[in-house]
Design a protein around this ligand. Structure first.
Ligand code: IMP
Length: 189
């Protein structure tokens, strides 16, 4: 890829910071857009729908959107939950409320998911990339770094939350895994 510029459309500055760190060597320009989010089931549904709202609006060759969140096994039945509803779930309950409804749950397994959609205007291709990191929901809110669910998510093999140790998050996060795949794709162009 000669022109190493991508446009990342999101209103979340924390995500922009993380993606710029992962895609070092690329010029990541971010733009905010008031996405309408569908009442779908999967991260892929939402990402596809987000892309469809912006590919005609911007003229850059590489347009990137993402949708991410947490999947809590004990709440997931026919589809990943809260999954694409991670934002309203957190807004409604707050971290304290989520820990409260999980108080008696023995299965605290969870995973963070990041799904990225890339539109390549030159080939007219859409590529989707998913990154996941497994872990558990902590029993207390720990750490004030990061954002969203970071203070209650302990990645597998560690005993601190993403909110306590952003370095650990930067090495093994769902976003890191998904955007490393994006990087490989862009470098293959
Ligand atoms: P959205 O993809 O911006 O709609 O985010 C969905 C929800 O998941 C929001 O509540 C975010 O705060 C949360 N979320 C997304 N990515 C992360 C992350 O890397 N860590 C913690 N929470 C996240």
């Amino acid at each position: 890829m000669k022109d190493k510029e991508i446009i990342f459309i999101t209103s979340n500055e924390d995500k922009v910071k993380e993606v710029k760190e992962i895609l070092q060597g690329f010029r990541v320009v971010s733009k905010s857009f008031p996405f309408i989010e569908i009442q779908g089931r999967s991260f892929e549904d939402v990402v596809f729908h987000k892309l469809s709202q912006v590919i005609e609006l911007y003229e850059e060759n590489i347009i990137v959107v993402e949708d991410s969140g947490i999947v809590i096994d004990t709440f997931s039945r026919s589809y990943e939950f809260p999954g694409i509803y991670s934002k309203p779930f957190l807004n409604a309950l707050n971290l304290e409320g989520i820990l409260d409804i999980m108080k008696n749950k023995t299965n605290r397994d969870a995973r963070m998911v990041c799904c990225v959609g890339v539109f390549n205007r030159l080939s007219l291709e859409i590529k989707l990339f998913r990154g996941e990191v497994r872990g558990v929901i902590s029993d207390k809110i720990k750490g004030s770094r990061g954002f969203g669910y970071d203070p209650i998510f302990i990645p597998r093999g560690y005993d601190v939350t993403f909110g306590e140790d952003p370095k650990i998050k930067s090495i093994l996060s769902h976003r890191k895994l998904a955007f490393e795949k994006v990087k490989d794709y862009l470098l293959s162009l």
